[in-house]
Ligand binder design. Structure first.
Ligand code: ADP
Ligand code: MG
Length: 349
């Protein structure tokens, strides 16, 4: 591609979110039944008695995964899970997926079989059907693009833009472990590069490794909402770190929020790894990413209904927009949340 210096800007000037906004700003919706287009975890199509919910994710070798330490079966499993997570984030049930892969010459039939073992296992586990896809060769390694289709009743669907003042912000599970898992794998990779004979020392780190290599999507939480009769007022899945996802909810809902540092759930394994690596676990929780937990808001009157469920953690509340999105630290300081996320397309600041 020839670059005309005058007219062309570097993509890094916009970053990932800026680029998406830019290329989609003139997109028009022409069908009445497209009730949500770009801008949420999934698009929503209304078929009368039921809605279809559609999302897609692309995983690229060297960007989203490194095959030096990612088992292919795990990669297949994870590439399904990250899509299902976006379906659950709409309070919908995934039903079908399509899988498209581009493969370079270094891969054998057996390699692709391993990826599909993982894909099939995830399909079984989450009860979704693999209904199609596409296969191509590639000059630059492996890419996997998965589209997931889910369904839900129209009135059950939960969006990002409907949080309201005084709602309680909640997160599921714990945060930051997947990031610590990635740091561990990166460390072992560097050690291996320096001394190719060495075996990686990964023993005792099962939890953070599993969170990075074989995450699960929170189907259980969606079932629980149904069981206890809760409809969150807004929801998003946590793929880019808590900070970034909170900012999405606040921006789309035109509100601010206040969260409390001591309420952010961090697993003991994450704390332990943080000490070893000299990484603040809080930073991993706020900016790490790939947790695939759910962040949602509930009406304050529903707080009673969730209080006995240990996997749900109220971390703060929604406030007026003018207050901004802030975190109160353990020492009582109020700091502005920043959306960092995995903004690989943006220049490092
Ligand atoms: P998520 O992190 O939940 O997967 P993204 O941040 O990737 O969501 O995307 C935000 C929104 O922008 C989604 O609605 C997504 O479908 C849309 N989107 C992302 N990339 C493109 C693109 N190249 N063209 C059109 N829409 C896009
Ligand atoms: Mg999402």
């Amino acid at each position: 591609m020839k670059k005309d210096e005058k007219k062309h800007r570097n993509i890094s000037e916009l970053g990932e979110f800026g680029l998406i906004d830019h290329i989609t700003k003139n997109v028009k919706i022409n069908h009445k039944n497209t009730i949500k287009g770009i801008g949420d975890d999934a698009a929503v199509i209304d078929y009368g008695n039921v809605c279809s919910v559609v999302t897609t994710d692309l995983l690229v070798e060297g960007i989203h995964f490194n095959l030096i330490y990612t088992p292919l079966k795990h990669l297949g499993y994870k590439s399904v899970v990250v899509n299902l997570s976006d379906i659950y984030a709409m309070n919908a049930t995934p039903k079908q997926i399509t899988v498209s892969i581009a493969i370079s010459a270094k891969f054998t039939v057996e390699h692709i079989e391993q990826i599909y073992e993982g894909i099939n296992l995830a399909c079984q586990h989450y009860n979704v059907d693999l209904v199609g896809g596409d296969t191509s060769s590639s000059l630059t390694g492996l890419s996997i693009s998965i589209t997931a289709i889910g369904e839900s009743k129209k009135e059950d669907i939960v969006y990002r833009n409907t949080a309201k003042k005084n709602d309680i912000l909640c997160v599921t599970g714990n945060l930051g472990a997947a990031y610590m898992g990635l740091q561990l794998l990166e460390r072992e990779k560097e050690i291996f590069k320096a001394n190719p004979g060495t075996q990686p020392s990964l023993e005792g780190y099962d939890y953070i490794l599993q969170r990075q290599l074989k995450p699960e999507a929170r189907e259980d939480i969606i079932s629980l909402f149904d069981e206890i009769g809760i409809k969150p007022t807004s929801m998003i899945d946590i793929s880019d770190g808590l900070s970034s996802e909170i900012m999405h909810i606040c921006k789309k809902s035109d509100v601010g929020c206040k969260i409390f540092q001591d309420k952010i759930p961090i697993d003991l394994n994450t704390e332990k790894m943080g000490k070893e690596f000299n990484i603040e676990p809080l930073i991993a929780a706020l900016n790490g990413g790939e947790d695939y937990e759910l962040l949602f808001t509930i009406d304050i009157n529903d707080l009673e209904k969730i209080k006995d469920y240990k996997m749900i953690h109220p971390i703060g509340h929604i406030a007026d927009k003018e207050h901004g999105a802030v975190m109160i630290t353990n020492s009582g300081q109020s700091i502005e949340l920043q959306a960092q996320g995995w903004n690989q397309l943006k220049d490092e600041e």
